[in-house]
Write a protein that binds this ligand. Structure first.
Ligand code: NDP
Length: 256
């Protein structure tokens, strides 16, 4: 697997915490000599800390942290041009940035929270895909690359109190399926990984910082760690080119 990832340039959205951060470390550990990582998120200070930690464990990996809000089309469209030349030939895009705001019955969800969920989880992911696909298609060998979308079990099994978030993740699932079909004659792989419960900052963000409410969600379940998901992301990316891990649901034992 390490040989297949050798020298790759990997762009991860939402790399400042949770699953995205773990993916950065997992890729770096798998191919520590010559990988290039573009780590993006809104919190640039946190990304700089992630970059410094990676430098300690995998000094051969080149890391380029970028402050990027995926929900802002103007930031996404200027991203590629702003990259240093050595980071421009992106091979793998991990569309991971996402969030849930407000767990409540649909009529009670605030308009601004509906907007931030759709503009991040859906439009942001589409914006990123549109920005990076031309790089994949322009390759002299006829086009190649991996798009790895982090969906959710919520996109398959909607639940009460999560209607808007579930709708965003169902949209991700639909977009991913359609994109895979559009690219069927190319060497571009389109992969979706749908986590169940994973303990990350996500759990706190969804209850506006209320840690007690966040803890209750995990009653009776030992949630996954972000590393559990990162291992699967890197496994999918490291398969030989003809193998597409198209669609994977991963949840902790005992999650209903
Ligand atoms: P975290 O809250 O730990 O990470 C979310 C990441 O997304 C952060 O790095 C955050 O960085 C970034 N982010 C949020 N909004 C934006 C934005 N507008 N632009 C750029 N970056 C943004 O949560 P997880 O690691 O758990 O979440 C990662 C993905 O996994 C999400 O898509 C989530 O929906 C999905 N998921 C999570 C599950 C879970 O139980 N945790 C279950 C199923 C799916 P910053 O704040 O610095 O911008």
């Amino acid at each position: 697997m390490a040989a297949r990832l050798k020298g790759k340039t990997i762009l991860i959205t939402g790399a400042s915490s949770g699953i995205g951060r773990s993916c950065a470390f997992e890729f770096a550990k798998t191919s520590p000599e010559d990988l290039k990582l573009i780590l993006t998120a809104r919190r640039i200070d946190t990304l700089n800390e992630v970059a410094a930690e990676i430098a300690k464990v995998a000094p051969g990996v080149k890391v380029h942290p970028v402050k990027l809000d995926v929900s802002k089309p103007e930031e996404v469209s200027s991203l590629v041009e702003s990259l240093p030349q050595e980071f421009r030939a992106v091979d793998i895009l991990v569309n991971n940035a996402g969030l849930v705001k407000g767990m409540d019955q649909a009529p009670n969800i605030k308009a601004e929270d509906i907007d931030i969920m759709f503009s991040t989880n859906v439009t942001g992911l589409i914006n990123m895909t549109q920005a990076i696909l031309p790089i994949f298609k322009a390759r002299s060998d006829g086009g190649r690359g991996d798009i790895i979308n982090i969906g959710s079990i919520a996109g398959r099994e909607p639940y009460q109190g999560g209607s808007i978030y579930c709708a965003t993740k169902a949209a991700v699932r639909s977009f991913t399926d359609a994109l895979r079909r559009e690219l069927i004659s190319t060497r571009i792989r389109v992969i979706e990984i749908d986590p169940g419960q994973v303990e990350t900052e996500f759990s706190i963000v969804r209850f506006y910082g209320d840690k007690e409410k966040a803890k209750k969600v995990y009653e009776g379940v030992e949630p996954l760690t972000p590393d559990d998901i990162a291992e699967i992301v890197v496994f999918a990316a490291g398969r030989r080119e003809n193998v597409v891990i198209a669609d994977t649901l991963v949840f902790p034992n005992h999650q209903v």
